[in-house]
Design a protein around this ligand. Structure first.
Ligand SMILES: [Zn+2]
Length: 343
């Protein structure tokens, strides 16, 4: 009997301890906010809705400086206004204007603009994470056929909108990012990376306070070489300046998205030289760690057949979630990511 009592008490004490431990874990998970709820607002259906408009014929292929490109910029600005996401320069000014002279290959236009939106960090507002995608494409051919550029880079553009919406929802719930996020839609990419070059020469926030650039250019299609295993994304640049960035990126993917991260094009000797071919390079040039997210090329690349009906929306949403989770981690982790390979 006595023994039984002792045993029962032991069980009781053990269960008290268990309860205590559970309580502690709950308290801890309250303190570290999970991004899953917010990542789940990034959906294939939302992306499809936006992309059919953004890469529709009415935008006339979004050639830098053209009427269609101006319509595209307006679409982005209206989105941020509707979402009540702020402009970084001054209230309601979502355009970083770039004069026509800046574009060496552009004649007879009034110039162009980067479209910018901003979510201010709650604890380290001066440290900036730049999420970028190019808003322009290559226009129309001589017969009036529109280059829709659904993948290039309608997909990256819409990814930015969806990530902005997800971060804004977190802000509304009191879980906004600790560091600031700049949503940077650059113009003039197709004619020579002009918008990102202009931004890095005329940064809205000092480059020394710019923690990272995550650049998204083409994430809606499947490389024919990957048809057998389409659950992938090519990552380029992640380990070039910062081992820490590369490690965080890997960990986040393992924890949340489980895509195959393919580094084929990260090879210094890869003849495609993609590392130098999109907007992140203007940040990397300034020693800012970058990751370039890319699906690879396909038969419709830079053809009039790069249309919204060919986009893999579920995959595009999943890839966008990976970028969102990575940005969330970099924005909220204790220490700032550094270009540790330069030290
Ligand atoms: Zn592109």
């Amino acid at each position: 009997m006595k023994i039984f009592v002792v045993a029962a008490m032991t069980v009781l004490i053990a269960s008290c301890n268990a309860t205590k431990t559970d309580g502690k874990q709950n308290a801890k998970s309250d303190a570290v906010v999970s991004p899953v709820t917010y990542a789940n607002t990034i959906t294939a259906a939302d992306m499809k809705k936006h992309l059919y408009i953004y890469a529709g014929d009415a935008m006339e292929g979004r050639m830098t400086g053209s009427k269609g490109q101006k319509m595209a910029s307006e679409y982005l600005r209206n989105f941020y206004q509707d979402q009540k996401i702020d402009a970084p320069i001054e209230k309601n000014n979502y355009y970083q204007s770039i004069p026509a002279e800046y574009f060496e290959r552009l004649e007879g236009t009034e110039g162009s603009e980067n479209v910018v939106a901003f979510i201010k960090g709650s604890e380290k507002p001066d440290e900036i994470i730049v999420l970028s995608a190019h808003l322009d494409h290559v226009g129309m051919d001589d017969d009036g056929n529109v280059f829709n550029g659904a993948d290039d880079d309608g997909s990256g553009t819409i990814a930015l909108l969806e990530m902005a919406e997800a971060f804004k929802k977190a802000v509304k719930d009191g879980h906004g990012p600790k560091r600031s996020i700049l949503f940077l839609h650059v113009t003039g990419e197709e004619i020579g990376l002009y918008g990102s070059k202009y931004y890095t020469e005329n940064p809205i926030f000092p480059l020394e306070n710019t923690v990272v650039n995550l650049n998204t250019d083409m994430i809606g299609r499947i490389d024919p070489n990957k048809a057998a295993n389409p659950n992938y994304i090519y990552l380029i640049g992640s380990d070039k300046l910062s081992q820490e960035l590369h490690d965080v990126s890997e960990e986040i993917n393992t924890k949340y998205t489980n895509l195959e991260l393919d580094y084929t094009y990260n090879d210094e000797n890869d003849p495609n030289r993609f590392y130098y071919r999109s907007d992140h390079y203007n940040f990397a040039k300034n020693n800012i760690p970058v990751i370039f997210y890319f699906n690879g090329v396909h038969a419709d690349y830079h053809k009039i057949s790069d249309t919204p009906d060919k986009i893999e929306y579920d995959l595009m949403a999943k890839r966008t979630q990976l970028i969102f989770y990575t940005a969330w981690e970099i924005a909220n982790r204790e220490g700032r990511i550094t270009a540790d390979k330069l030290e």
